[in-house]
Each structure stands twice: as C-alpha cells, then as structure tokens.
Design a binder for this molecule. Structure first.
Ligand code: GLU
Length: 485
C-alpha cells in the first residue's frame, strides 16, 4: 500500500483556559505535518457536556491562532471530513456502538451509579484498583430487552480480553506492553446517549483519516482500549506517539499552582508567540548551544520525528524570558517593535478600557501610569509594605485572598458580573462585609490601595493574570503572618 499523506490533529477539549501543554502538543503535530508534507487539523472534543463551554472553545481557537499555528481543517475553516466539533457529530457514533453490540464486542450495562460506587469502595478497601466487575456482562439477551423496554438507563461498555497483554510500538516510547487485566471495560456510550472520549476519539480519527496520533503521555494507558476498538471495527490503526509531559523545574507535572499555564497569561505579559513557539519547539529537536533562536520554518527544518530530543520538557521560565528578550531585541525592526507593543497594549482593549475607567478618578494625565499602569505590568511589585495599611490583620487578609483565589476558579464565564457575584458570595461565606473583603484584593491585583474599580480591573486583566497576582499576594501576606506582623 502506498503510504497515505500524513494527517495529524490537535484535539483539545474546551473545558478550561487554553493550556501551554495543548500548544506544546499542537506544535509537535504542526511541525510533523510541515516536515512530512502532511495536513494538520483541529478537532474540538466536547463530549464532556458538563465541562465544555462555547467560551472555552472560542478561547482555545483564539489561543491557537495567537501562536501562529494554522490548520487546514477545523470547526472554523471546515473541510471534507467535518463537522469538526464532536457535539455536532453526536448522531454519528450510535451506529458504531450498535455494530459493536451486534458483533458481541460490547454490552449494555444497567448498573446504577450507587452500585458502581459501592463496588469501587469495596475494591479500594481490598487494595485493588477500581475497575468494572463485569456484572452486566452475563445478562441474557431477554433480560437486556426487558430492562430496555422498562426504560432502565444503560450505558454501552466494551469487552476486554481477560488474558495476555496489549503490545504495541509507540513512536516515542518504543515497545509497550500493557496487561489486559489492568484495562477497564470502558464505557463507550453514556446513559444520555453521548459517546465518551475514547469512542468518539477513535471513530473520528478513523473517519478523519488520521495517520499519526501524537499526544501527551497521559494517554498512553488508554492505547489498549483504542487499539481494541480499531480491531473490533477492523480498521487500520494510526501510529501512536506519546510525548513526555512538560514539567516544572522540580520535575513535578506542570500545573498552574507552580507556573502559570494559560496561554492568555503569556500573551498578557508580553511574550511574543514566536518566542513561546521557539521555546516549546526546542523540546523536540537536538540543537547545539548558541543556535537556539529559531523561527517556525527553522524549527520545522530541524525537526526529525525519528530523532527527537531525549531531554525532558522542563518548563524553565528563565529560558523563555531569555528567548523572548532575544526575539524582541534581535528579531524585530524598530517599526515592528512599536507595532507589536501597541498591539499588545490593546489586547482585549485593555488600554482603551483602562483609560475609560481612569477618567472619573483623575486630576492630571500624568497620573495615568500610576493609576492604570497595573493593567499592563507583568509584576506589580508586591511587598509586605503594600499590605501594611489595610484594616484587616495579615491573617484575615490571607484568609480573604486564599478564599477568593479558590472561589474564582469556580467561575465559568469570566466577566464583571460573575466576578461581582463570586466576591459577594465569598464575603457571605467569610461572614464579612464586601467592603472589608475588597481592599486586600485591590492591593493584590493593582499593587496599591487606590486604583481603578476592582471588578472591572479583574475582568480586564483576565483570570490567569489575576490568579498569578493572588498567588504572589498570598505568599507575601503569608510571610507577614509568619513574622507575627
Ligand atoms: N481531547 C483530548 C485532550 O484534550 C485529546 C487526546 C488525544 O489527542 O487523543 O487531551
């Protein structure tokens, strides 16, 4: 068989702020397609209806566009294998589930969530990993029909071999062997008729003619389920490549608690997309010292899937800062530098919105940098002195900041109204007046007790910048509590 044109994809789930990890995987796929003369496509995987939102989908698309990556097929540009959003494909999966049921590769399971919880509880108590025990595997056809006729809710689960192991070659890991008895009888179709990630992912990869699946190593353990589905359907399976996750300097998994992980944070702080992509691209290629400054085309030229970098992907912010500085100083003409600076200041209209908010509080234009500068600063320079003038004690201030920090994560749509509501509910929860809760937040967010309206400022700064400022504020105030100040 002639090798088909390589087709790779990035398949983000719009369940949160776009993460640098998504861009890292997207870049790998993009470079792979560019190098191999293939196609890079975008598919939105929103089968988790409770966590996926249109707002997050828009943000994922915006973030990927900001990085400069382009895709030849996707929900925004269409293409021959669309729709490219799984919720728009939901009626396509059912016949495949039926095929598996007919062939005896899957079965209906009527177990209630309560029963499953008890089962898992007992397994955990016995020191066993939680896994479906196969109760419904033994239902007779008449029993299934009767239960269905009685309107009992069911899911479709896949059957898993009881012996042996799933052996496959991963394009990055090499030979992998996973025993079947460690693989769960995965739900393929949920009670509400929606497919799970595994089902939709495999069917879509097949229908969209994906030849290489490159994704994060957290999916390696799912490969046996996917391979089994390809076998059950008698489809050719793609080549799997599982990339090592990006890690913090201490080797822990990159998480927003240690390093900002949102793309919006890096764009708000004035990192150039070229520099971020340069930084992420260096994780894939082997390069001599002194040759690190590379454009996307240069990265693609250097990229060789058979000779990937063996060094782990450590998210070293200092290296990113260094590369970003070099991009700003060495790669932009003065005209480009000015244009990019203005573009950055106007991101989300923050300069004009900041000016509008400043008007009612100003007596001389010269006060503008002091009044509104925090909307653009990377760091507002918080020190214990910043919080010293507050009426709340450091311990109370810390409690306020920590509670707000945790509760702001619950907001689905980030805007003035939702922030307002959430902060009022934090005040209620803490049994304090809103006017007691807000002053520490003014300082944390703007660096000063006198600044622009708080809720509007937080909305303009965006969730990821506010998160980082609250994190810094919590560290500073915690040191004051420790000092007994
Ligand atoms: N929707 C999955 C994710 O967000 C995609 C994983 C895959 O590429 O198969 O990570």
């Amino acid at each position: 068989m002639i090798n088909p044109t390589p087709r790779v994809r990035i398949a983000p789930s719009p369940t949160g702020e776009p993460h640098v990890g998504t861009v890292y995987i997207a870049l790998f796929n993009y470079l792979f397609a560019k190098k191999m003369g293939g196609e890079f496509i975008l598919r939105i995987e929103d089968t988790d209806a409770t966590r996926s939102t249109p707002e997050f989908e828009e943000k994922v698309l915006d973030a990927l566009k900001w990085t400069g990556l382009t895709w030849s097929e996707g929900p925004d540009v269409g293409g021959p294998y669309g729709p490219y959003r799984q919720s728009d494909r939901k009626d396509m999966y059912q016949p495949y589930a039926q095929e598996l049921l007919n062939k005896g590769h899957a079965f209906r399971c009527f177990c209630t969530p309560e029963r499953l919880e008890q089962m898992r509880e007992a397994q955990r108590a016995g020191g066993k990993p939680p896994k479906y025990d196969g109760l419904c595997l033994h239902l007779k056809a008449e029993e299934v029909t009767a239960k269905m006729a009685a309107g009992e809710t069911s899911v479709v689960r896949m059957k898993i071999p009881t012996e042996g192991s799933c052996d496959f070659t991963d394009g990055v890991y090499g030979e992998v062997s996973i025993p079947w008895d460690s693989v769960d009888m995965q739900v393929l179709i949920k009670g509400d008729g929606m497919p799970t990630y595994h089902m939709a992912n495999v069917i879509d990869d097949h229908l969209m003619k994906i030849t290489h699946v490159a994704r994060g190593e957290e999916w390696l353990a799912s490969v046996p389920k996917h391979i089994l589905l390809y076998r059950y359907f008698e489809w050719d399976q793609p080549v799997f490549m599982h990339l090592s996750l990006m890690r913090n300097a201490d080797k822990s998994k990159l998480s927003k608690r240690k390093n900002p992980t949102s793309i919006s944070y890096y764009s708000a702080l004035g990192y150039l997309p070229e520099a971020l992509m340069n930084f992420l691209g260096l994780f894939f290629i082997q390069i001599a010292e002194g040759e690190e400054l590379l454009t996307m085309d240069e990265l693609a030229n250097q990229f060789d899937p058979d000779n990937l970098s063996k060094a782990g992907a450590i998210f070293d912010i200092q290296k990113l800062d260094w590369l970003n500085g070099r991009w700003l100083r060495e790669k932009l003409t003065p005209e480009e530098f000015i244009a990019r600076s203005l573009e950055w200041a106007m991101e989300n209209l923050r300069l004009t919105e900041g000016l509008k908010l400043s008007q009612s509080r100003i007596s001389k234009l010269g006060e503008l940098p002091q009044l509104a500068g925090f909307l653009l600063s990377g760091d507002v320079g918080l020190t214990p002195a910043s919080f010293a003038g507050l009426k709340t004690s450091p311990a109370e201030t810390l409690e306020i900041i920590n509670t707000v920090q945790a509760d702001l994560e619950k907001i689905l749509e980030w805007n003035v109204e939702t922030i307002d509501q959430e902060l009022r509910s934090v005040a209620d929860k803490l049994g304090k007046k809103l006017r007691v809760v807000t002053p520490p937040l003014f300082v944390a967010v703007s660096g000063s007790a006198r600044s622009l309206p708080l809720f509007d400022s937080m909305a303009l700064l965006g969730r990821s910048v506010v998160r980082q400022r609250l994190k810094v504020a919590a560290t500073v105030v915690a040191s004051m509590v420790g000092d007994g100040n």
